[in-house]
Design a protein around this ligand. Structure first.
Ligand code: 5GP
Length: 205
């Protein structure tokens, strides 16, 4: 077997790397860095019924759908998982994940805790569960208010959800604290490398 074939065999499984954690913790920035630094990673772009924020585009941050369109996908069993977050629907498209898996890459899912746990229940052996925390609650609030995207009542709602999400941390395999971006990204890349090795030896066993 050539090195390339061995490599392909190792990659055959395809990991689902679930990145969850409270709103405002910087998951988006972290995921962008992960994608830049590791070309074997690809992001699953989710569907949502929330409206696009300033500078957001259809098919880049999300597939922004109406309630009816979202329901249609749901009826066709098109979601790997879905959840209601802050009064809007969010879901991981099976088709998008499959496309990524077909390329042999590992798939990043930046999703909430409810969704993360659903995926874990369905595909436990392929999942790497990573919970991202802010250094403190004050810092979390500062980050949510600082990005100027949500109205005050929306911020309040996001803080409530964030507090609940913090109680779910122990359901995740790994916790990382987003203090220094570079450090947290390197920590996650190290986790991914380890998990790839584990996964490869499990499927070659
Ligand atoms: P935002 O509106 O700030 O982009 O996302 C709100 C929350 O929804 C975040 O916690 C984000 O991780 C989560 N989210 C984004 N996409 C999905 C998804 O496909 N499924 C689930 N369950 N949560 C998602």
């Amino acid at each position: 077997m050539t090195a390339e074939e061995r490599n392909q065999e190792k990659r055959a499984g395809g990991l689902l790397i679930i990145i969850s954690g409270p709103s405002g913790v910087g998951k988006g920035t972290i995921c962008n860095e992960l994608l830049k630094r590791d070309k074997d990673l690809a992001l699953s772009i989710s569907a949502t019924t929330r409206k696009p924020g300033p500078g957001e585009a259809f098919g880049r941050e999300y597939y922004f759908y109406s309630d009816e369109e979202f329901q249609e996908i749901l009826d066709k069993d098109g979601f790997l998982e879905w959840a209601e977050v802050h009064g809007r629907y969010y879901g991981t498209l099976k088709s998008r994940v499959q496309e990524i898996m077909d390329t042999g890459k590992d798939c990043i899912l930046e999703i909430d805790v409810q969704g993360g746990l659903q995926v874990y229940q369905k595909m436990r052996n392929s999942c790497v569960m990573i919970f991202v925390k802010a250094p403190s609650e004050e810092e979390m609030l500062r980050r949510i208010t600082g990005r100027n995207r949500e109205k005050p009542e929306e911020i309040k709602r996001r803080m409530q959800t964030a507090r609940w999400e913090m109680t779910q941390e122990d359901k995740y395999q790994y916790t990382v604290i987003n203090d220094q971006l570079d450090e947290v990204v390197e920590n996650i890349l190290a986790i991914i490398r380890e998990e790839r090795k584990e996964h490869a030896s499990a499927i070659n066993r």
